[in-house]
Design a binder for this molecule. Structure first.
Ligand SMILES: C[S@@+](CC[C@H](N)C(=O)[O-])C[C@H]1O[C@@H](n2cnc3c(N)ncnc32)[C@H](O)[C@@H]1O
Length: 273
């Protein structure tokens, strides 16, 4: 496993994913007295954007740095910007929260969070990031297996799936895990992150998911036309069981990112297969 999220933290895809994730949690809080979140691919929990990895990639400069400077950022980014500010209280201003910290901050007393991370170095950092949160725990474990085994224990299941897509079977494992989660917890909400490089791969994934659920909503964001399949040209969040307010939030986030951080021909749309 070579992937380190520190190279990518705070990039356009993180902004899209994290704004939608926070909108999902807010909508689920209004519907469910308790949620049990499993974050299958948690990462380190927080990232130093002044660190070597983030500086080398420059992705945060083209993402969160521009969001923070924007005068026209829509309200969907408010909770993410609040979380960034809270994390940086008394610090340099260079810290960016990953999904574990964003979710842990949003928990109520009856809610639970489990973050899974397979790399020991990032799992150690994850444990440190989550230490202040009594109802959040870090597991050095395979997130797909953990979600399939544990979804629905102790509250409405919310499963966040965000693999690095280094392994060719990541797409198949997402489909299998979604099937297993919905078998255990039919009212589960799932939020699945996907890269968009070429349309064939993306379409094949959507067709696989259609065989598992008829509740799929895709929040798709293209930074540019898909002419070069070697580039990450965009990203998507596949949502299942998300309240309809989340679709509005996803459209707001995607439209702003495509217009302000994208290239000519970039666009966003929220659609049902
Ligand atoms: C895209 S990053 C996660 C970013 C995080 N979700 C966020 O938004 O802040 C993916 C992480 O999954 C870890 N990973 C890869 N395969 C895994 C698996 N099967 N189970 C748990 N973690 C895994 C990688 O080491 C990496 O840290």
């Amino acid at each position: 496993m070579n992937y380190r999220h520190a190279f990518h933290a705070g990039n356009f895809a993180d902004l899209h994913k994290h704004a939608i994730l926070l909108a999902l949690l807010a909508a689920l809080r209004a519907e469910s007295p308790a949620v049990a979140v499993i974050d299958t691919h948690a990462g380190a929990g927080a990232y130093d954007l002044a660190g070597e990895m983030a500086r080398r990639s420059g992705e945060a400069e083209a993402g969160v740095v521009r969001l923070k400077a924007a005068a026209d950022a829509p309200s969907v980014f408010g909770p993410l910007l609040d979380a960034i500010e809270a994390l940086n209280k008394g610090a340099s201003g260079n810290l960016y929260p990953g999904s574990p910290l964003l979710i842990a901050r949003a928990l109520r007393a009856p809610d639970r969070y489990t973050g899974c991370e397979l790399r020991s170095d990032d799992a150690g950092l994850l444990r440190q990031s989550l230490a202040p949160f009594a109802n959040a725990r870090a597991l050095e474990a395979d997130g797909f297996g953990t979600a399939a085994d544990q979804a629905g224990k102790g509250g409405r299941a919310v499963v966040v799936i965000d693999p690095p897509f280094e392994r060719p079977d990541d797409y198949d494992r997402i489909v299998a895990t979604t099937r297993a989660v919905l078998a255990r917890a039919p009212d589960a909400a799932l939020a699945i992150w996907l890269p968009i490089k070429d349309l064939e791969t993306f379409d094949a994934f959507v067709r696989g998911m259609e065989a598992v659920t008829d509740k799929l909503v895709i929040a798709e964001l293209r930074l540019r036309p898909l002419t070069d399949p070697m580039k990450m040209n965009g990203c998507a969040m596949a949502l299942i069981g998300a309240p309809s307010a989340v679709e509005t939030a996803a459209a707001e986030a995607g439209d702003w990112i495509a217009a302000r951080l994208g290239e000519p021909g970039g666009r966003s749309r929220v659609w049902r297969p």
